[in-house]
Design a binder for this molecule. Structure first.
Ligand code: PLP
Ligand code: COI
Length: 340
C-alpha cells in the first residue's frame, strides 16, 4: 500500500474524490449483495423519490490511523442503528446493521491509501447514505432504494481548527416539534442552508437553534450538539427530542464521567442560563469538539470565561481524551474501536 501524496496538514473539510465506494440496491423488497465500485456518479430517473420529495438519509463517521499504524473506525455500530431509525421515520427500508458495518470496513480498506497518516490532524470521513431511486410523483415512499458509502479525507470542520467560534442565536428554527430533528435526513440540512449562508455573511461561524415551541431552550447547531461546562466543572448538555442524538456527544459524556471523573447532566438548557457557563463546545463527528468563545443573541454578547484564544480547560481534556481513544494511545471502552 502506497499512501497518496497529499498536503494532509492543510486539508479542509471538503470533498476529495477517492477511488472506491460501496453500492447496494433495494428492489422487490430486498437488498442485493452490494459491490465496491469505482464509479462515483449516479444515474437516476428524473422523477426519483430523492429528487422530488427529498427521501434521503445519511450518516457520518471517521477512520483514523492509530499511533501503532492500524486503521480503525469509531463506533460504526451506532451509525448503523441511527441510520435504521432515520430510515424508518422516512418510510425507507432498513439497511441491516451487520451489512452496514461490513460495507464501511470494505470501503475503508479499499481506500486505505487515503486514510491520513497518524499525527497529520486529518482523518478519513465516511459518508453512508440512502435514497429513494425509482420514479415517484404522488407523495408516497419510493419502492426502490440505493445505499452507498463513500469516503473523503478531511481536516477540521471549522476554519482555524481549535480557535474558539462565534455563533449567533438564529431567528430560524431547525426542526419542528414532533418533526424530523432527531434523525439524520438531508431535508434538515436543506432547510438550514439559508440560515448558515446568512450567518457566515454576517461574520458568525454557526447558528444556535432554539426549541421551536417556546424559543427559550437551547437545541443544537446546524451540524453539532452543544456541551457546556459549569463553573463548578460539571458537563451539561441539552436534552430535547428534536435534536440529533450525537454519537460524539454520547462518547464525550462517557469520557467525562468514566475517564475524567466529572459529573454529567443531560437536561433542558435555557437560553437565559448560558451566561452562567464557564465553557461551551460543539460536538460531532466533523466538529470533534470545537470550542465556542461567544454567543450573540440579537446584539447581546454572551462571552464565555474561556475566552477567544484557546479551548477551555475541561473542553481541552475532553478533546484530548476522545482523540486519544480514537488514535489508539488511550485505551478505548470495549466495542468503540473497529480495526479494519
Ligand atoms: N447534530 C447535527 C445536526 C449533526 O449533523 C451532527 C453530525 O453528525 C451532530 C449533531 C453530531 O452527531 P455525531 O456526533 O453522531 O456525528
Ligand atoms: C457529521 O459530523 O458527520 C455531520 O454529518 C455534520 C455535517 C454538518 C458535516
Amino acid at each position: 500500500m502506497e499512501k497518496k501524496q497529499m498536503d494532509w496538514e492543510n486539508l479542509g473539510f471538503g470533498y476529495v474524490q477517492t477511488e472506491k465506494r460501496y453500492v447496494s440496491n433495494y428492489k422487490d423488497g430486498k437488498w442485493d449483495d452490494g459491490v465496491i465500485t469505482e464509479d462515483a456518479n449516479i444515474v437516476l430517473n428524473e422523477c426519483a423519490g430523492v429528487l422530488q420529495y427529498s427521501q434521503s438519509v445519511f450518516e457520518g463517521t471517521k477512520a483514523y490511523t492509530t499511533e501503532g499504524g492500524h486503521i480503525v473506525v469509531f463506533r460504526p455500530d451506532l451509525n448503523a442503528e441511527r441510520m435504521i431509525d432515520s430510515a424508518k421515520r422516512l418510510e425507507m427500508p432498513a439497511f441491516p446493521k451487520d451489512r452496514f458495518i461490513d460495507a464501511i470496513e470494505k470501503v475503508v480498506a479499499a481506500n486505505a491509501d487515503y486514510v491520513p497518516p497518524y499525527g497529520s490532524g486529518a482523518t478519513l470521513y465516511i459518508r453512508p447514505y440512502m435514497f429513494g431511486s425509482n420514479p415517484v410523483i404522488g407523495v408516497k415512499p419510493a419502492d426502490e432504494y440505493q445505499f452507498r458509502v463513500f469516503t473523503t479525507p478531511v481536516g477540521p470542520y471549522f476554519k482555524g481548527g481549535a480557535k474558539p467560534l462565534t455563533i449567533r442565536v438564529s431567528d430560524f428554527d431547525r426542526a419542528a416539534p414532533r418533526g424530523t430533528g432527531h434523525i439524520k435526513a438531508g431535508l434538515n440540512y436543506a432547510m438550514s442552508l439559508h440560515a448558515i449562508v446568512t450567518a457566515h455573511a454576517e461574520g458568525y461561524d454557526e447558528n444556535l437553534y432554539l426549541d421551536p415551541a417556546t424559543r427559550t431552550k437551547v437545541e443544537e447547531t446546524g451540524g453539532a450538539n452543544f456541551l457546556f461546562v459549569t463553573k463548578d466543572n460539571k458537563v451539561v448538555t441539552p436534552k430535547s427530542s428534536s435534536i440529533l442524538p450525537s454519537i460524539t456527544r454520547r462518547s464525550l459524556l462517557y469520557v467525562a464521567e468514566h475517564y475524567l471523573g466529572l459529573e454529567v447532566e443531560e437536561r433542558e438548557v435555557y437560553l437565559d442560563e448560558l451566561k452562567d457557563f464557564a465553557e461551551c463546545g460543539l460536538c460531532g463527528t466533523a466538529a470533534v469538539i470545537s470550542p465556542v468563545g461567544k454567543i450573540v443573541d440579537h446584539g447581546k454578547e454572551i462571552c464565555f470565561p474561556s475566552g477567544m484564544e484557546k479551548m477551555g480547560e475541561t473542553t481541552q481534556k475532553l478533546y484530548e481524551t476522545l482523540t486519544g481513544i480514537q488514535m489508539g494511545h488511550i485505551e478505548a471502552p470495549e466495542g468503540w474501536i473497529y480495526k479494519v
